[in-house]
Write a protein that binds this ligand. Structure first.
Ligand code: UD1
Length: 366
């Protein structure tokens, strides 16, 4: 049986790595990998392939950045051309980025079954591009592999047949657990001159936070306040750097004495920093999950989350962009009253093993 995996953006890579590795255990499975090129900078893409030992893509479409319609459309044109050449029995897509959506639509239109890993997550906020990608991908996919019970519930509510839903757990956590020791051996903290457990790690890249100058400036006010209390490390996403420059805010950011602006990090260095952070401030989806598993307090600078289990079970608090709420929660953490969480069910490092079993069973006649 032949699987074609399609990836494109940074958060896809840590999800596809353990799936491909679990499928490799099956003698009758052949796999190919297509990279759309949605992310193309070495620091956003190649480093993850190297560190996570993902095989080189069989096909790299090199689509690059563009507006959503143009980017997704160009991916679809190219995928429609290359997927039939790979003759897959099933196309596997992960997460919620534009590459996920493009590949799912093309696969089903070509009559190739599509499996979606990380299905069923919903923020119920249709202004988020990822929410549209999630809804449409789940609507057309044939096999829905979910990370948590809330995802099953969302899909059932939308009328998805129960037989199509398979709760396998969180595949990204497989990657985290299998690389944690390697990450801890890195000299990341020494290189940055920070003590374990002493700094805040911040990431910002959502359009709602960085594309609006008022929102971005207000976040800088918050970062300024935080860095007066503890060192802050901010690996800057290319989108965010572009906006800081465009809105003439880069100078101000660089001038904050206790805020370290650094380039995007590879998987291992970033994991080392997360695991040793005093707290994490983020608008990322994946980082909400990673901090929950690592037991690190996480404040999510968004109005909502598609990963509610990180709030109900884990260490995550959704604080929105309310400066007061952010400051209050940071004070709580610094005074030793951080939220304590546990690890959600099936986030145990074996989700991809279960996913591979489902995928192989799906293609096994009878
Ligand atoms: C995409 C995903 C988002 C995910 C994020 C992780 C969608 C709709 N969004 O957002 O869900 O959380 O990736 O990073 O799919 N750029 C570079 N180099 C690169 C990639 C991007 O410089 O390798 C710059 C370009 O200026 C580009 C901008 O970043 O216009 C945004 O890239 P894009 O892929 O459109 O969206 P992200 O914000 O990265």
């Amino acid at each position: 049986m032949r699987f074609a995996h399609v990836v494109g953006a940074r958060p896809n890579f840590m999800k596809i790595a353990p799936i491909m590795s679990a499928l490799r255990e099956y003698a009758n499975v052949e796999q190919s990998l297509v990279h759309t090129g949605q992310h193309y900078d070495a620091k956003m893409s190649r480093v993850f392939f190297d560190e996570l030992r993902i095989p080189r893509p069989d096909i790299d479409l090199e689509i690059g950045s563009d507006r959503h319609g143009a980017q997704t459309g160009r991916m679809m044109i190219e995928l429609e051309r290359v997927l039939p050449e790979l003759r897959p029995d099933c196309v596997v897509v992960v997460g919620d980025v534009n590459s996920t959506l493009a590949a799912a639509l093309v696969a089903v239109k070509l009559g190739i079954p599509c499996a979606h890993v990380e299905a069923g997550l919903r923020s119920f906020d249709r202004s988020m591009p990822e929410e549209i990608n999630r809804i449409v991908t789940d609507r057309v996919a044939d096999v829905l592999l979910t990370p948590s019970a809330d995802a099953d519930h969302n899909l059932l509510e939308e009328g998805v047949p129960k037989a199509a839903i398979h709760r396998v757990g969180n595949v990204m956590i497989d990657t985290l657990l299998s690389h944690l020791e390697r990450a801890k051996r890195r000299t990341t903290l020494e290189d940055l001159g920070v003590e374990p457990g002493s700094c805040a790690l911040a990431t910002l890249h959502r359009p709602s936070n960085v594309d609006d100058p008022v929102a971005l400036e207000s976040l800088l006010d918050t970062l300024e306040w935080i860095q007066e209390r503890l060192p802050v490390i901010l690996p800057v996403h290319p989108r965010t750097r572009k906006r800081l420059e465009e809105f003439s805010l880069l100078e101000r950011t660089i001038a904050m004495p206790n805020l370290r602006l650094i380039e995007p990090l590879g998987y291992l260095d970033f994991l080392a920093l997360t695991a040793n952070a005093k707290l994490v401030l983020t608008d990322s989806g994946g980082l909400q999950e990673e901090t929950t598993v690592l037991g690190i307090p996480c404040l999510t600078i968004r109005a909502n989350t598609e990963r509610p289990v990180t709030v109900s079970v884990g260490t995550n608090i959704v604080v929105g962009s309310d400066q007061e709420a952010i400051r209050h929660n940071i004070e709580e953490i610094l005074e030793g009253r951080a939220k304590v969480g546990t690890i959600p069910d099936l986030w145990d490092g074996r989700a991809s093993e279960r996913a591979a079993r489902v995928l192989v069973d799906y293609l096994t006649p009878g």
